[in-house]
Each structure stands twice: as C-alpha cells, then as structure tokens.
Design a protein around this ligand. Structure first.
Ligand code: F6P
Length: 318
C-alpha cells in the first residue's frame, strides 16, 4: 500500500484535525503518500482530493473543526454513490482509507470495506455514543466547553435564586449530559437512558426549595426533550423561577483539550499503522487506556451504557 486517504464525516468534533495530522504524519514516517478527501463521502464521490504533505498538516493540531470539512452525505447511502466513490479512489491510486466520524459514518466505511477497499475507522463525535471505545474524539472538549458556560450560568442562577434548565447536545444519548452534570455539580441530569417522571422531578424541586436551596441546575440531554418543553412541563416547582439555556453548537467548536489531542494523535497513528499492515473493517477504540480494534458494525449494533457510577454520584452529591 503506497497511498492512503483520510476523511472526516458527520458532525465535526474538536480533535479531528489532530487525528488528520497523525494519519498524514504516520504516512510520511512510513514513506507513504497521504490524500485528504474534502467534505467527507461527498468529496469521495466527486474525487475532491488534495495531497497532505508534511507541511500541509502543520499548525492544525490545536485547531477546532476539520481542515478537510465534513458533511452528512445522502448520496453515499446509495449503491450508485458508493460505486462512484470507489471508482474515484481507484483512479487516484488510493489503496486504503481512514474514516474519522461517528457510527453513522462507519456504515459507509463498512460498505467500502465489503467492496474490497481497506478501511479503518476512528471515532470522532462529541456525543461519545460509539460502542467499542471508552471515549470518542471531541467528547472531553465538549464537556469542558459546556462546563465553562455552566459556571457562568451558576453565577447568575445563585444571584437571582433561579432554576436553570441547561440543554446539551448528545443526540439520543446522555453521555454529554451526565458527564457535564457531574463536572458542574448540577443537582439533576435528565438523560434518555433513564425514564423521566416529571411528577417526581417537581416533587424533588419542591422539597429542595422548602429546604432553602436557593438555586438549582438541571442538565438536560437534547434526546429527552427541549429545555423549553421541560420548563413548560415543570408546573409546580415550589417557587423556583425557571430559566432555560440551550448550549447548542458552541459545544462542537473550539480548541481541543490536551486529552482529545493526545487521544486523536494516538488513534490516528494506530489506525494508519494497522491499515498499512493490511487490517480492514475495524474501528479504533480506547478501552481502559489501551488502543484496540473492534469490528466496525459493533459501533451501531452494540448499545453503549452510561456509567452507573456517575448516575449514582448525581444522587449522592445532591
Ligand atoms: O453528533 C453530533 C451532534 O452535534 C449531535 O449532538 C447533534 O444532535 C447533531 O450533531 C446535530 O447535527 P447537525 O450538525 O446536522 O445539526
């Protein structure tokens, strides 16, 4: 294998650039050529490629977003789109591919693998909802970004004796909400994995208000409902004046934390090394601090559970 390509797909996440750099630099270390694919699978279909030499990945390690840009491609979900992409890769002499993205992106990676193109996936999403790895690239940064915003909200919540409902991203999973709730010392984490009883939540809020807890914080995962919807449902909170904040896309931007840069660099190098020795159809995971390979389809067939320890901590610390 002399020439491999790398692309980013799905929602961007902080640390993707560090992963791209690691793939490119590992290629150069092994005297191989690295090709960057623009706009994910869309660029693969269109043959939108650029050579990533050593210099082109300089100065990007701490930059958020992705220099290769990203997209969610409907065309690549079709057999026609996949065949067109494979043809463009063959024409460009690309012999292997590293896909950086979430489980949605790995469906496409698996299809290419089955069509004979060697592929390795690297999990990059702020949602951390990918089975086969303890952390995805970007999750740690997103938690820290949310935390910084929530610390500001705490100041105003305590000054006005208010209840704040903070909606965080995470798609259908509660990893981001739970971790952010523990890190910010929030009173409640409302996540899709645990059935919610509005009646019970109101009761807890009334009790807490009666105990003279002047302000309180609920971290709500977007997969449950919107923060406005929750505010409207929380009818009798015993006197709290409720306000909502949606953190939104702020959580996806910004420079990656050192944890994400190191994780991305390790995963990028590991994925490339494995691709170059002929491995394909796998995703890189960080399990108990060790890098491992697992089947790509595990990322969508297996459900990743929230940490029972963290869920318990929310109650204990309340
Ligand atoms: O998967 C990352 C994520 O930011 C989710 O948390 C969120 O639900 C979704 O992407 C938003 O997607 P889009 O960028 O397509 O609006």
């Amino acid at each position: 294998m002399d020439r491999i390509a790398v692309l980013t797909s799905g929602g961007d996440s902080p640390g993707m650039n560090a992963a791209i750099r690691a793939v490119a630099r590992t290629c150069h270390y092994n005297d191989k050529e690295c090709i960057g694919v623009m706009r994910g699978y869309e660029g693969l279909i269109e043959g939108d490629f650029k050579v990533l030499d050593r210099a082109s990945v300089g100065g990007i390690i701490h930059r958020g977003g992705t220099i290769l840009k990203t997209a969610r491609s409907d065309r690549f979900k079709t057999q026609e789109g996949r065949e067109a992409a494979l043809l463009k890769m063959k024409e460009a002499g690309i012999e292997g591919l590293v896909v950086i993205g979430g489980d949605g992106s790995f469906h496409g990676a698996k299809a290419l693998h089955e069509m004979g193109m060697p592929v390795i996936g690297i999990p990059g999403t702020i949602d951390n909802d990918v089975a086969g790895t303890d952390e995805t690239i970007g999750f740690d940064t997103a938690v820290n970004t949310a935390l910084e915003a929530i610390m500001r909200l705490r100041d105003t919540a305590s000054s006005h004796d208010r209840l704040f409902i903070v909606e965080v991203m995470g798609r259908n999973a509660g990893f981001l909400a739970l971790e952010t709730a523990v890190a910010s010392g929030a009173e409640y984490a409302v996540v899709p994995e645990i059935p919610l009883s509005i009646g019970n939540l109101c009761k807890l809020l009334r009790e807490s208000h009666a105990e003279h807890k002047s302000h309180t914080l609920i971290i709500l995962a977007e997969g449950v409902m919107s923060a406005t919807e929750m505010r409207d449902k929380l009818q009798d909170t015993g006197g709290y004046d409720a306000r909502v904040t949606v953190l939104g896309y702020i959580q996806r931007g910004g420079s990656p934390t050192s944890f994400d840069v190191v994780l991305a660099t390790r995963m990028g190098a590991f994925a490339t090394d494995n691709l170059l020795i002929g491995k394909s159809g796998f995703m890189v995971g960080n399990v108990n601090h060790k890098l491992v390979l697992s089947d790509l389809e595990r990322s969508w067939t297996e459900h990743k559970n929230l940490s029972p320890e963290l869920l318990n901590l929310i109650h204990k610390m309340n």
